[in-house]
Design a protein around this ligand. Structure first.
Ligand SMILES: Nc1ncnc2c1ncn2[C@@H]1O[C@H](COP(=O)(O)OP(=O)(O)OP(=O)(O)O)[C@@H](O)[C@H]1O
Ligand SMILES: [Mg+2]
Length: 378
C-alpha cells in the first residue's frame, strides 16, 4: 500500500512542500554563479531542496549541468578525487568514448586510468597515481572550470554532507586546496551543504578557515505551519479521509514543524484513521512514534552526565537564565562555569543547538519524550 506521506529519502514531486523562496534563492545563485553553503540541523530538508531547485532549473536551462557528490560515501581524499573526476566527466559527456578522449586531452601531468564494466556507458571508474595527485591535484580540481569553458556549459558541483571531510586525514589542508582552486573559477559553481552545524559553521564562518566568505551562507529555516497544514489536508482528502484544519495543525505542532517527523507522524495518523481524524487518533499516533524511538532516546540519554541531563530539564522548562543563581540551585547545576561547559558538551553531542539565537533541541521528538515521559518517570 502506498502511503500518502513520505519520509526517509529525499522528497520530490507531490511530496515536496513549498520552499518557493529558497528554491528561487538557490536557482538565482546557480545562474549568477554564486557559491552557496546551505546549513541546517538534520532532516530539515537540505538534500531535497537542492535536488528540487537544481532539477527544476535543468528543465529550463540546458547549459547548466549539476554534479552531485554525496560525501557520506567518500571516506578519503583519494576517493574524493576519483569520484569527483568520474562524476564531472559523466555529466559533461554522454558517450564513454568522449569521456576517455577528453580526459586524455585535459590531463597533461596526471595520468587517469580508466576501467570499464560490461556496460561502459554506465560502469566506469577513474584512478590516478596517488603520489602524483598529492603533489598537485590542480588538474582534477580545475576540471569543472576547464570543461565548462570548452563545452560552453555551466557546471555546478553539489557537495552533500560536506562536513564529512572532517574524516579525511588532514581536513584543513584539503579545504585549503579546494579553496585555492575554486576561488578562481569564473563559470564552475559550488554548492556545499551539510548538517553537523557546528562543523559546518566552523568551516564557513570562522575567519581563520579557508572557506570563510567563499560564498552565500544560507541557514535553512523550517517549513511554515500554513504550508504543512495545507499539504496534510490535501493528502488526506486525496485518499478519501478527512482531517480538520485544527488537527492538521496539531500534527505539525507536536513535532515542531520538523520536516521528517511531520511526514512520519502524518502517515501514522493516516494509518490510525478510518475516515475522519479525531484527537484520539493523533494521541495514539504520537505515542506510537515515541515508542518507536524510545530505546534510541534512552541510549542517547545514557551517554549524558547528570549535570547535562539537569541542564536539559531547565531548557525544556523554558528557563531563560541558565546561569542564574536560582536556576542553578533549582536544577542542581553546580556552578555558572559548569553550566557553560555542560551547554557546550550538549551542543557538541548534537542534542541541542543555538539556532536564531535560541537554544533548541535538535530532535523535537526526543524533547517530547524527555519532557513527557522521561521527566515524569524520574
Ligand atoms: N520540502 C519538503 N517538503 C516535504 N517534506 C520534506 C521537505 N524537505 C524535507 N522533507 C522531509 O524531511 C525528510 C528529510 O529530508 P532531507 O533528506 O532532504 O533532509 P536533509 O536536511 O538533507 O537531512 P540530512 O541532514 O539527514 O541529510 C524527507 O524524507 C521528507 O520526509
Ligand atoms: Mg541530506
Amino acid at each position: 500500500m502506498e502511503l500518502p506521506f513520505k519520509h526517509g529519502k529525499v522528497v520530490e514531486t507531490s511530496y515536496f512542500v513549498n520552499r518557493k523562496e529558497e528554491i528561487h534563492h538557490l536557482q538565482n545563485n546557480f545562474i549568477s554563479k554564486i557559491n552557496t553553503t546551505l546549513i541546517s540541523p538534520r532532516r530539515w530538508g537540505k538534500s531535497s531542496l537542492v535536488l528540487k531547485a537544481s532539477k527544476d532549473l535543468t528543465k529550463k536551462n540546458k547549459r547548466i549541468r549539476f554534479v552531485y557528490l554525496d560525501l557520506f560515501n567518500i571516506r578519503s581524499e583519494e576517493e574524493f578525487y576519483k569520484t569527483f573526476t568520474k562524476e564531472v566527466l559523466k555529466v559533461s559527456y554522454t558517450k564513454w568514448e568522449d569521456r576517455l578522449k577528453k580526459a586524455t586531452e585535459f590531463f597533461k601531468q596526471l595520468i587517469p586510468k580508466f576501467s570499464f564494466g560490461i556496460d561502459p556507458q554506465n560502469e566506469f571508474s577513474v584512478s590516478f597515481n596517488w603520489h602524483d595527485v598529492m603533489e598537485n591535484p590542480s588538474e582534477i580540481l580545475n576540471l569543472p572550470e576547464v570543461i565548462s569553458k570548452e563545452k560552453k556549459i555551466e557546471i555546478v558541483i553539489c557537495l552533500d554532507e560536506f562536513q564529512n571531510i572532517g574524516h579525511f586525514n588532514n581536513p584543513l589542508a584539503f579545504q585549503k586546496k579546494l579553496r585555492a582552486h575554486w576561488q578562481y573559477h569564473q563559470i564552475a559553481t559550488y554548492c556545499m551543504y551539510g548538517s553537523k552545524r557546528n562543523m559546518m559553521t566552523e568551516i564557513f564562518e570562522h575567519k581563520s578557515m579557508p572557506f570563510y566568505k567563499f560564498g552565500d551562507v544560507i541557514f535553512l529555516q523550517k517549513i511554515s505551519t500554513t504550508h504543512w497544514v495545507k499539504y496534510i489536508i490535501k493528502k488526506f482528502k486525496k485518499t478519501n479521509k478527512v482531517i480538520s484544519h485544527e488537527l492538521a495543525k496539531n500534527i505539525v505542532k507536536l513535532v515542531e514543524n520538523h520536516s521528517y517527523y511531520t511526514q512520519q507522524l502524518a502517515n501514522k495518523v493516516w494509518l490510525n484513521t478510518a475516515d475522519k481524524v479525531s484527537k484520539k487518533n493523533i494521541e495514539k499516533s504520537i505515542n506510537q512514534l515515541i515508542e518507536n524511538y524510545e530505546m534510541l532516546f534512552q541510549k542517547e540519554l545514557d551517554t549524558l552526565t547528570n549535570q547535562q541531563v539537569n541542564l536539559l530539564k531547565a531548557i525544556v522548562n523554558n528557563e531563560l537564565q541558565l546561569n542564574n543563581k536560582n536556576t542553578i540551585k533549582k536544577y542542581n547545576l553546580g556552578t555558572s562555569s559548569s553550566v557553560t561547559s555542560a551547554k557546550k558538551a550538549l551542543i557538541l553531542k548534537e542534542v541541542i543547538d543555538i539556532y536564531n539565537k535560541e537554544i533548541i533541541f535538535l530532535d523535537p521528538l526526543f524533547k517530547n519524550w524527555f519532557q513527557h515521559f522521561y521527566i515524569q518517570k524520574t
